[in-house]
Design a protein around this ligand. Structure first.
Ligand SMILES: Cc1ncc(C[n+]2csc(CCOP(=O)(O)OP(=O)(O)O)c2C)c(N)n1
Length: 370
């Protein structure tokens, strides 16, 4: 196994000779546009939370190349079992801003009907499995789905993500062990972004890297520069091809940095040195890829403005539309789980019906304390 950090783009955005994947110009521009759209969404999402318009937000700033590059290696028919810091994959899979924003607001148009925390997306039509709050559980879900596909004999590949903190979860062991033993077609992507809330990754493990853990499970492990979209794509494409051929899972450690705080409920300035932040800011994955496009003469001001301003305008429009849309009717909270509701649920529903009959909206029952 190789523990060197795989990279293609140097800090100035130049590709090392012979290493860049052979992608058409339009695809390179598409990757850039997706990273910019993701950043725009993140900036606006946090602002909406600060304005009190949504309850919670969680940014992926600095990790755009890491998750978009990884998921770009999949076929549309492949499946994703994400953590909560990969929103760019939704854009890659064609989910419109309106549908993403409806989830932030928990509106009637939200695919989860407002039952999940903001940014805990679930998009069946994008093969994007509902984000699990308990850390790491998606890893064993992906292993199980991969084992099922192998038994069925289809060639679907499953990609799942966790953070450096996620490698300390029980499900990391369970997921990697089962996937390796049963040669499940799974790509495990660990986005090592330096922190698990306030715990630095150096305190997370005594291993010399996250990728080296693959060796013990009997699968290949690769470390890649997570701020280099082309390198992440290339490494993940090899892993996806391996999985599809029936050669089993791969562990990819994508080395990146969480530029924002953990979430809108956190303040990273309380535990992260300013110098560390500044050093990573210079490695911004969007800036680096922009430099690459400039070297390849694929970038100009008009394209730049189309990416940023186009995304801001489309997102602004989506927010307007979503804010004007209806909330889920309160009684919908009792739907979709039991065919025959339990006695307790019937009693709670009667209580809610009573409140609504008296002119309440259901909100009196209380808000989830975020
Ligand atoms: C089982 C479990 N324990 C604790 C938490 C609280 N928690 C939420 S996010 C988080 C940190 C996760 O860090 P990491 O896996 O590195 O991902 P990152 O947030 O850096 O992307 C923790 C401890 C949880 N959601 N689930």
């Amino acid at each position: 196994m190789s523990l060197e950090l795989v990279s293609i783009l140097d800090p100035s955005g130049k590709a090392q000779r012979g290493k860049a994947p052979n992608l058409p110009d339009e695809e390179l521009r598409k990757l850039y546009r997706l990273m910019v759209q993701t950043r725009v969404m993140d900036d606006r999402g946090l602002a909406l939370q600060r304005q009190g318009r949504i309850g919670f937000y969680l940014q992926s700033t600095g990790q755009e190349a890491s998750h978009i590059g990884a998921a770009y290696a999949l076929a549309d028919s492949d499946w994703l079992f994400p953590a909560y810091r990969q929103p760019g994959i939704l854009l890659l899979r064609g989910v419109p801003f309106e549908d993403i924003v409806a989830e932030w607001y928990g509106k009637a148009a939200d695919t989860s009907k407002g039952r999940q925390m903001p940014v805990h997306y679930s998009f069946r039509r994008a093969n994007f499995v509902s984000i699990s709050s308990p850390i790491g559980t998606q890893l064993s879900q992906a292993a199980g789905a991969g084992m099922a596909a192998r038994i069925r004999g289809d060639d679907t590949v499953f990609m799942t993500f966790c953070g450096d903190g996620g490698t300390s979860s029980n499900d990391f062991h369970c997921g990697l062990n089962f996937a390796a033993v049963y040669k499940a077609p799974v790509v495990f992507v660990v986005e090592n972004n330096g922190y698990a809330i306030s715990v630095p990754s150096a305190h997370q493990t005594a291993s010399e890297s996250m990728a080296i853990k693959a060796d013990a499970y009997g699968m290949p492990g690769v470390r890649v520069d997570g701020n280099d979209v082309l390198a992440v794509y290339r490494v993940c494409k090899e892993a996806v091809d391996r999985a599809r051929k029936g050669d089993g899972p791969t562990l990819v450690e994508s080395v990146t940095h969480r530029m924002a705080s953990h979430s809108s409920s956190d303040d990273a300035a309380r535990y992260r040195d300013a110098e560390e932040y500044e050093a990573w800011k210079k490695k911004d994955p969007i800036h680096r890829f922009q430099q690459h496009l400039k070297h390849k003469k694929l970038w100009d001001e008009a394209f730049e403005s189309e990416c940023w301003e186009g995304a801001k305008a489309a997102l602004g429009e989506a927010i307007k539309q979503v804010e004007a849309g209806p909330d889920p009717a309160p009684e919908t909270m009792f739907e979709d789980v039991y065919m025959n509701p339990t006695r307790q649920l019937r009693e709670q529903k009667a209580e809610l019906d009573d409140l609504i009959a008296k002119g309440g909206t259901g909100a009196e029952v209380g808000h989830f304390p975020l």
